[in-house]
Ligand binder design. Structure first.
Ligand code: GLU
Length: 310
């Protein structure tokens, strides 16, 4: 029987910890174009698990910035900070599969582990706490964080920007954290649960998250969610090869909106992405008319940001 084709549902999942910078807007634009050029639906979700770094005020500014750019969404799903009951239920399901164990390692122990780490800064966990006995566990006075056991298995994906990517979870990642000692859930679990429950079929985001995808595919499998298609878009780099980030205060939307029109900014981003031959004012809607992933550059992009410093 032919597999039923799911409707296209994309998403923006920003972290409301500051104003968007060029890299965030670049990823948001491509997520929007991919969905809008194919009549899909777009979901907005605030990833505010870290309530120390994020705020409802930033979330509101983010919505305003997206609206200013013309990057509209169809529905907003509840912010992650309000979802612990949903994550609890999934955590319990994983615990019921005997795949979760408490980890008592301190930050300094983890950092002293002389192990290679992934590009997102995650250490390859050597499994220190996996085989602790109940008596050993009871011997610790501090509260544990919680890890998910991973299989010695390769997860492979065909990314719309990066092509084939594969990763053996046990050798190249190790058992990973799903809940912190203070009870806050980790990004990897929350993102899979939220994307899964909101019916997301396409994930477009920065290439810095490519190495997270195999962990998320494993969680999707365990929790019975559909695997989305992925497009991990190139990073925007400054002339000296640094990633543009929230540290580049002068290149965030707070600054840029004081003197630029949205069409100017979109034109610059579309040119950087390979969607325009020259920098020209353009609306998001116009770009959607002939958007295809084939036109999007595949390598990280050295962006000429001189025009932004006036
Ligand atoms: N919240 C993440 C960020 O703002 C994106 C996570 C994702 O797209 O999966 O970088």
């Amino acid at each position: 029987m032919e597999k039923e084709k799911l409707p296209l549902v994309g998403r923006f999942a920003p972290t409301p910890s500051g104003r968007m910078h060029l890299g965030n807007v670049f990823a948001a634009l491509l997520a929007w174009l991919s969905v809008r050029s194919r009549d899909g639906e777009l979901v907005l979700r605030m990833e505010d698990l870290d309530t120390q770094r994020t705020s409802p005020e930033f979330a509101q500014i983010l919505r305003e910035d997206l609206t200013w750019l013309g990057l509209t969404w169809d529905r907003e799903t509840p912010a992650q900070s309000t979802r612990s009951a949903v994550y609890d239920a999934c955590f319990e399901r994983l615990a019921g599969m005997d795949l979760i164990y408490p980890c008592y390692c301190t930050r300094s122990q983890l950092h002293s582990v002389n192990a290679p780490h992934l590009s997102d800064g995650t250490y390859i966990y050597p499994g220190t706490c996996r085989e602790l006995t109940q008596a050993q566990r009871e011997g610790f006075s501090r509260k544990p964080a919680w890890r998910l056991q991973v299989p010695d298995r390769e997860y492979a994906l065909e990314d719309k920007c990066c092509g084939s990517f594969r990763q053996n979870l046990s050798r190249e990642c190790g058992d990973f954290l799903v809940r912190r000692a203070d009870g806050v859930y980790m990004y990897q679990l929350a993102v899979v649960v939220d994307d899964g429950l909101s019916g997301v079929t396409e994930v477009v985001r920065g290439r810095d998250l490519l190495e997270s995808a195999p962990r998320q595919m494993y969680l999707q499998e365990l929790l019975g969610f559909q695997k989305p298609q992925y497009a991990h878009v190139p990073m925007l780099l400054s002339a000296d090869g640094r990633r543009l980030s929230k540290r580049d205060k002068d290149l965030d939307l707070g600054q840029l909106r004081t003197w630029m029109k949205p069409e100017q900014l979109l034109g610059w981003l579309a040119y950087a992405a390979g969607l325009l031959d020259k920098i020209d004012g353009v609306s998001a809607r116009e770009l959607a008319k002939d958007f295809t992933w084939e036109h999007v550059k595949k390598e990280d992009i050295f962006a000429d940001t001189r025009c932004f410093y006036r």
